[in-house]
Write a protein that binds this ligand. Sequence first.
Ligand code: GLN
Length: 560
Amino acid sequence: MTSAETRFIFITGGVVSSLGKGIAAASIGRLLVARGFDVQLQKFDPYINVDPGTMSPYQHGEVFVTEDGAETDLDLGHYERFTDANTSRASNVTAGGIYNAVIRRERRGDYLGATVQVVPHITDEIKQRIKLMAESSEVDFVITEIGGTVGDIESLPFLEAIRQFPVAVGRRRCMFIHLTLVPYVGHAGELKTKPTQHSVNELRRIGIAPDMVVCRSESVLSAEIRQKIALFASLPVQAVVSARDVPDIYLVPLVFRSEGVDDFILHEHFGLGAPEPDLSGWESITQRAAEAEGRVRIALVGKYVRLEDAYLSVVEALRHSGIHHGCKVQIDWVDSEAVGDPELAGRLAEADGILIPGGFGGRGFEGKIRAAQIARERRIPFLGICLGMHVAVSEFARHVAGMGGANSTEMDPETPYPVIDLLPEQKEIADMGGTMRLGADPIKLHEDTAVRDLYGEAVIYERHRHRYEVNNHLRRRLETAGLVCSGTSPDERLVEVIELRSDAHPFYVASQYHPEFKSRPERPAPLFRQFVGAALAHALAAELPAGREGAHPAPPVGAT
Ligand code: GLN
């Protein structure tokens, strides 16, 4: 289909934030994919940062990295996991990015003679980004989610741009979907529609009449409430969707399907014919998730454990792997700054698997070293990611390869053994935003390694977000002591993934890249899949009667 036939769906939110607009957008995307359409999703964020790469995870949650190396909003992770299509740099646009582009053009003299204004210059730039998405991918549908809540000062230029958008492409190629909250007021014993009325009115005030209203609520909306909302929103009653709370986000596309969301969008709104959706794969995933019987406890050791969203893709990749193995993954959030606490160390020793995700800066680093040591010595399945690999290499250097005080120069610039160091090209860089090694690169997996067997391929592509690398001057010494470099860049200059040999440990793997970004419900990332499989084996072995623990009885904590 050419871009002249692309349809545009805009998703706005009202009443309160955190209603799950990203998941609603992703779920609509999933349904359209299931009906045979090509879909691209896009997120507009109204803040001034050019991208979220420099924000604290506590401000923003995880920074999701795309294949082409953009640091983006975590909703793009939902888009990829739900639609099974990669997003790109064009999929996340911030107010800062828009202003940056317009101001650069102004300085270049492109607008000579003109006063540069929000309307039309900023709004034109925003509309251009929507069109670009359609043109670059030639998809059937572009779904654009507008971050923030209707009524925010910051969102106005974006809302004005989408109000204008139908003028350029035709109203019949556009659809506006508004997500609101219908709260349950306990003492009145009923669901209240007033906030939705206000929110729809606010949207109309800026010139947008929604074509569908999706109502989040604790329970299903009654026919009476639907009619009430339909009446004041001037919509047919089928355009009022009840999005009741569900225990698993992967159920949302199925709820939307049962509410007729895709039928309304395709047949009623756009007048398009389409085959019935094939959701069998998706249904079986949600069913397997609900029926999972086994249980594994994974200790996730990090600095931002008070906010689950800070590690969203890691959590999802663990869930995908749990679904694959038919077990529930229970995450034990361990604050890396508190690992010195004997009770916490004991909890780690009893985990079925230990995972150290990515991170920045020295706070909590020694706690992570201790966690990696416990995993290695007690033969607890271990997965380290990015900073987690720096931890694993430093720990191995210190306690196995005889390099006392080994460290990453990110944590200790004076370390006698800088086993992890800045790349020479990174030493020249002064700017912090967007200057890391970012995005997917080819990785050569070496013969006779567990990781190569796991992927079943000699060359893989995985995504990166880091500045520091294994130091080649000390690499031989680490390898001689037993550290296996299972994968490198094709020129062998950069270590990409390491492991311990199977006679030393049942599963001890750490990667410089972030496997979590490519994990999908239908296709868990191989490293996560095997990690959870090994954790399950560990959990089962622990249940065996004493004396039958198998080939690797665990030595006491602290032994090297
Ligand atoms: N701070 C480390 C680096 O910059 C690791 C980054 C990460 O874990 N994403 O190399």
